[in-house]
Design a protein around this ligand. Structure first.
Ligand SMILES: [Zn+2]
Length: 353
C-alpha cells in the first residue's frame, strides 16, 4: 500500500497492526494530506503530550542482513540517515537507493567498490568519505536475520498497546520531563536557558515560592501586575489577565489566532506546535516562547524592585527585538534587518526552519 502524504512524502509499508513488528519503511509529512494522515502525524509528533518525541524515541530500525534497508536514506546508524549526516556525499552518490547489504557486498572500506560518484571527489570530500567509512566499517550484518522495526518498551520487541499506555501515563504526570526538549538551545543565551530550567522545576523566586521559604509574608503574595490574584508560576506566565495579553499580541504579530492553555506543559506544547511539528519549526517557536517568558520575568522584577511598569505593547516590542538579536547572532541565514523582521516574522523564520 502506498499513501501519499504530500510534498513527496510517502509511506511504503503495510500500515496494519503489524507495522511496528513487521518490515516496512515510513516517512512522515508535516500538516498535509487527509485527516487520517494528519492524525497519524499528530500521534507521531506527540501533540498534547509533554514528551513530544515519545514515539520516534521508542522505535528503532534494527538492521539484520541489510537487504531491506536503504544505505543512504534510512536511519539505520545512530537513528539518523547518512543522507543527512553526509549530505554532500549523498548528493554525489551514483546509486542513492542502494541497500546496506549491496554496499557491504561491494565493499564499503576506503577505496571499496561501493563508493561510486557522479564526479571525482574533492580533497575535503575525501575527508568526509573517510569519516563516513569509519562510521559504517564497524557494522556487522547478521546473515539470515531480516531488518525490522523494534519497539523498545516491551521485552518481545513488538509493539503492545499496554506498553505504550503505561509509558505515556507515566511521563504525562511528570511535568519536569518537558524541559528535556529545551536543553542546549544554543540560540538562547545561557542565563536564559538557566531561567527556563528553573521555570520548569518551579524554583524561580515567584511569590508563592518565597512564601514557602518564609521570605515574605501572606500580605505580599499578590501578583506584581496588580491584577488582584496571587502570584505563582502558572499565574504569572500563563494565566494573569495582564501578562497573558502579551501572548495574544505576539501571536497576532505572527498572524496566528489562538487561545492558550494556562499551564506550563500544555502551553509550551501548544505554542511550540503553532508553526507545524518539524524539529526546526518547533525550535523556532520555542525561541519565541522563551523570549516572551523572559520579557515577562524581567518586567515583573522591574515592577517589584524598581517600581517601573510599561505598556504591554512595549513588552511585545521587547520580545521582537530580543528575538531578533538571538536569531541574528546564532543563524547565519538570518540575514535580515530589524524593520523587515518586525513586519515579516514568519517570512524571516522560514530562512532558518
Ligand atoms: Zn496577575
Amino acid at each position: 500500500m502506498e499513501v501519499v502524504g504530500g510534498e513527496g512524502e510517502f509511506v511504503e509499508c503495510c500500515y496494519s497492526s503489524k507495522v511496528w513488528s513487521g518490515r516496512g519503511r515510513v516517512r512522515f509529512g508535516e500538516g498535509v494530506g487527509s485527516v487520517w494522515w494528519r492524525n497519524l502525524n499528530q500521534i507521531r509528533s506527540g501533540v498534547g503530550l509533554v514528551d513530544i518525541g515519545w514515539l520516534s524515541d521508542n522505535i528503532i530500525w534494527k538492521v539484520g542482513d541489510g537487504r531491506d534497508t536503504l544505505f543512504w536514506v534510512d536511519p539505520w546508524l545512530d537513528g539518523c540517515p547518512l543522507a543527512r549526516s553526509f549530505g554532500r556525499l549523498y548528493l554525489l552518490a551514483d546509486n542513492k537507493l542502494a541497500t546496506v547489504s549491496e554496499m557491504f557486498e561491494l565493499g564499503w572500506g576506503f577505496g571499496g567498490e561501493a563508493w561510486k560518484w557522479r564526479r571525482r571527489l574533492l580533497v575535503w570530500e575525501e575527508g568526509l568519505l573517510l569519516e563516513c567509512v569509519e562510521r559504517v566499517i564497524t557494522c556487522i550484518l547478521q546473515v539470515g536475520t531480516v531488518d525490522r522495526w523494534v519497539w523498545k518498551l516491551h521485552t518481545s520487541q513488538c509493539y503492545t498497546v499496554k506498553s505504550a499506555y503505561s509509558f505515556l501515563t507515566s511521563i504525562d504526570t511528570n511535568q519536569n520531563e518537558g524541559f528535556d526538549s529545551f536543553l542546549c538551545l544554543k540560540a538562547v543565551p545561557l542565563k536564559v536557558n538557566l531561567f527556563v530550567w528553573r521555570l520548569f522545576l518551579n524554583i524561580l523566586p515567584t511569590k508563592d515560592n518565597l512564601y514557602g521559604r518564609e521570605v515574605i509574608d501572606v500580605t505580599q503574595l499578590h501578583c506584581a501586575a496588580l491584577c488582584g490574584e496571587l502570584e505563582d508560576r502558572d499565574h504569572l506566565f500563563f494565566r494573569c489577565e495582564v501578562y497573558s495579553r502579551i501572548w495574544l499580541l505576539v501571536s497576532k504579530w505572527l498572524g496566528i489566532d489562538s487561545v492558550f492553555n494556562g499551564n506550563i506543559g500544555t502551553h509550551s506544547t501548544q505554542f511550540r506546535g503553532l508553526g507545524g511539528f518539524s524539529k526546526n519549526s518547533r525550535t523556532a517557536f520555542t525561541i519565541i516562547w522563551i523570549s516572551v517568558l523572559f520579557v515577562v520575568w524581567k518586567d515583573r522584577n522591574n515592577r517589584i524592585f524598581q517600581n517601573k511598569s510599561v505598556q504591554l505593547e512595549t513588552l511585545a516590542e521587547k520580545v521582537k527585538l530580543q528575538m531578533f538579536w538571538w536569531l541574528k547572532s546564532h543563524y547565519v541565514l538570518f540575514d535580515f534587518d530589524y524593520p523587515y523582521w518586525r513586519l515579516n516574522p514568519l517570512c524571516c523564520l522560514q530562512a532558518i526552519v
